[in-house]
Design a protein around this ligand. Structure first.
Ligand SMILES: Cc1cc2nc3c(=O)[nH]c(=O)nc-3n(C[C@H](O)[C@H](O)[C@H](O)COP(=O)(O)OP(=O)(O)OC[C@H]3O[C@@H](n4cnc5c(N)ncnc54)[C@H](O)[C@@H]3O)c2cc1C
Length: 211
């Protein structure tokens, strides 16, 4: 059974090989450092997660007290578990972030119902610029160029993070098939579109029960 997952899709934009371009994998794995002005191409769940990551203090995901403070949790549960003052304290803004998508819908429309509003509120409070209906025209030394309603615009940024979907990673599958093996494919390796963990787990469970 092969569950080798996905690799980031690389969109066709003139200048996509420019040194300012990084993938979400580069960012989240800390393989590449990102500057203070960032444009995120693609505003699905991963785009929102990357924006939240870039705006936050890395300690928020490592140090319990920093996490509680950032999310306004009162661990002593004196006032229902909510530290209202923490939420009102302005958080230092680490970066200037803009998010773009090609669709003309509101950004974040497909985020999960239970937690999506939190991400959207957090990004709004941090002043993230949300741009929909963008056609990307170029990436160069200046930054990201795009067109909206026939008007050319540009974002002067240090980096452009690509969060434009995924493709199945079938390198190992193809190599095994070439040797005459018949592996089962699962999860993102089988179908990258609209993937979530529940679907991958469901497929694996059904396959395991069925063989
Ligand atoms: C930033 C981000 C946020 C996400 N948030 C959510 C969320 O909130 N909810 C949700 O349901 N889903 C979320 N997902 C999607 C979820 O992670 C995937 O749906 C799920 O991980 C798919 O599982 P998988 O087993 O197909 O692949 P993966 O979990 O990606 O696992 C693939 C594994 O195969 C390994 N591998 C690849 N090639 C080889 C090889 N040749 N030899 C050995 N090992 C190999 C890889 O290293 C990797 O460990 C998120 C994804 C990302 C990137």
């Amino acid at each position: 059974m092969l569950a080798t997952g996905v690799k980031p899709r690389v969109p066709t934009i003139p200048g996509i090989d420019h040194p300012k371009v990084v993938s979400y994998v580069d960012v989240l794995s800390c393989a590449k450092r990102v500057g203070e002005r960032v444009a995120i191409v693609g505003a699905g769940g991963i785009g929102f997660d990357v924006a939240e990551y870039l705006l936050g203090d890395p300690d928020e995901s490592r140090v319990p007290d920093a996490f509680l403070s950032a999310w306004g949790v009162d661990a002593s549960v004196r006032a229902g578990g909510l530290d209202g003052q923490a939420l009102e304290r302005p958080r230092p803004r680490k970066r200037q972030v803009a998010m773009l998508q090609r669709k003309s819908d509101k950004l974040g429309a497909n985020l999960g119902k239970t937690t999506g509003w939190i991400l959207k509120a957090k990004l709004r409070d941090a002043g993230v610029e949300m741009i929909s209906g963008a056609s990307y025209t170029a990436i160069d030394d200046r930054g990201l160029h795009y067109r909206i309603d026939g008007t050319e615009r540009a974002l002067d940024v240090d980096h452009v993070v690509i969060c434009a979907g995924q493709e199945s990673d079938r390198a190992l599958y193809d190599a095994l098939v070439a040797r005459g093996a018949k592996p089962h494919l699962l999860g993102g390796a089988k179908l990258a579109a609209e993937l979530d963990a529940a679907r991958a787990i469901d497929e694996a469970t059904r396959l395991a029960v069925g063989i």
